[in-house]
Design a protein around this ligand. Structure first.
Ligand SMILES: NC(=O)c1ccc[n+]([C@@H]2O[C@H](COP(=O)([O-])OP(=O)(O)OC[C@H]3O[C@@H](n4cnc5c(N)ncnc54)[C@H](O)[C@@H]3O)[C@@H](O)[C@H]2O)c1
Length: 322
């Protein structure tokens, strides 16, 4: 290992974003410890590192304390999609509050730098577009998304209080919708829903009239932003996302055209508390981290659909993805 290599803890490292982050950290020659309870993460995402002596995979629930010697903590552990974080909302709150307390306590004890994977959901259903970090949000405290939104808001508060009170060196990323290979097929997120439905030849489900917008950041861009934030001098919170805004209907049509022009589009009622618009203002990330996303939606979708296609058996090849 080189002198600059570090011992890095990634909580939630067996999940979608965490496993891509670990791929990059391992490729850079760091020693990586992954903590995961495998609720939404899979060993399969890390199988290629299991025999590497720089890598350690520990089955651990972060709501329980743990003692480790590390230089950096990327704190990602928390189910990220509504179907999973609403499955056991009390557990989601525990993960965000007790889990984050445990990891900040560890960072304090061993003087590790701590990065929190927060979320654009802290803005709730925003009244400001696009959302800058100074926007304080419009969050329902008692809705079905609150276990996640409010959980992350408390996690941010904890990070800043540990910083002010105990000098813990913190970084806070507010991550916007991220997509890419290794998303779960059943996570109910819009990209995975459309990709899986199109590959299976069943109608693509659009909630509402599809005019609500989202921005989509490819996972390699996001990982790049997280690493720049960790190694830079900006504490945050910093928005990390792709500011290109698409309506949900546009996204459905893109995936339909790419995978299966025969698949129908079906409209269903909007779920409770579904935000109308969500778009990051990434001026701060550009100025302080020198970061902006580079992977266009068409290219990212192609790579994502190919990954789903490999996992779903008995599907026809991509029609128009050459
Ligand atoms: N994917 C996105 O679009 C997005 C957007 C905003 C924020 N984020 C944040 O980024 C982080 C990673 O998201 P993801 O998309 O990779 O989600 P994911 O569900 O794929 O990964 C989360 C990982 O955390 C693990 N985990 C959950 N609870 C745990 C606990 N109590 N103890 C130990 N491990 C636990 C899961 O098993 C999983 O491996 C999350 O904190 C999420 O809130 C993601």
């Amino acid at each position: 290992m080189s002198n600059s290599s570090k011992r890095i803890l990634v909580t939630g490292g067996a999940g979608f974003i965490g496993s891509h982050l670990i791929d990059r950290l391992m490729a850079e020659g760091h020693e990586v410890i992954c903590l995961d309870n495998f609720f939404t993460g899979r060993k399969h995402n890390l199988v290629h590192w299991l025999d590497n002596h720089n890598f350690e995979l520990v089955r651990h629930d972060i709501t329980e304390p743990i003692r480790l010697e590390v230089d950096r903590i990327y704190h990602l552990a928390c189910p990220a999609s509504p179907v999973h974080y609403q499955y056991n909302p009390v557990k989601t709150i525990k993960t965000n509050v007790m889990g984050t307390l445990n990891m900040l306590g560890l960072a304090k004890r061993v003087k590790a730098r701590f990065l929190l994977a927060s979320t654009s959901e802290v803005y709730g259903d925003p009244e400001v577009h696009p959302q800058p970090e100074t926007y304080r949000g419009n969050v329902n405290t008692i809705g079905i998304r609150s276990c996640y939104d409010e959980g992350k808001r408390v996690a941010e508060t904890l990070a800043f209080d540990y910083h002010r009170q105990n000098n813990v060196d913190i970084r806070v990323a507010r991550i916007f919708n991220t997509y890419g290979p290794r998303m779960l097929e059943n996570d109910g997120r819009v990209v995975s829903n459309f990709a899986v439905q199109a590959l299976r030849g069943i109608p693509l489900t659009v909630y509402g009239d599809g005019s609500q917008t989202r921005s989509f950041c490819f996972v390699s861009d996001l990982v790049d932003g997280l690493m720049k934030l960790m190694e830079g001098d900006c504490l945050g919170p910093v928005n990390l996302g792709n500011p290109d805004e698409y309506t949900i209907l546009e996204l459905a049509q893109k995936i339909q055209a790419m995978v299966n022009p025969e698949a129908a589009i079906q409209f269903k009622p909007l779920p409770q508390d579904d935000p109308r618009r969500r778009q990051p203002d990434i001026s701060l990330a550009k100025a302080r981290l020198g970061w902006s996303p580079t992977v266009p939606l068409a290219e990212g979708l192609k790579r994502t659909v190919e990954d789903f296609q490999q996992r779903i058996e008995g599907v026809s090849p991509l029609v128009a993805a050459s």
